[in-house]
Design a protein around this ligand. Sequence first.
Ligand SMILES: [Zn+2]
Length: 122
Amino acid sequence: MGKHYLKVGQYTPATDESEVVIDREFYRQGYIFKDEEAYETSFDKICYIPELSDTAYTHQIFLDMMDGQEALARDLFDHVDWQHPETLLAEDYADGEYDDCPVCGRMFACYAKAECPNCHAV
Ligand SMILES: [Zn+2]
């Protein structure tokens, strides 16, 4: 049995004959395209499109947004459900879920952690 990937809506890339087609479906809070298989199997495939714009996100874009840290990129991809990932990330920062270590400058997920997991600065 193959893995069951989350797939919301359909994204059809442009061809010589046709333009990009984005079919959104409802997911949690809004109408989006989200493709877990595209995220897991490629850095360049479109894996997420928010409700309010046609901005297309790839795994690489999530990774770039999250300091190049795969676990954080995956976390953001998993949680985004209608908004732009940048917006969700800004909210998470505001809520104290993420922070940048004042010592090494790396981003990290705070949760209950008191120290930076990268350099262990408190
Ligand atoms: Zn640090």
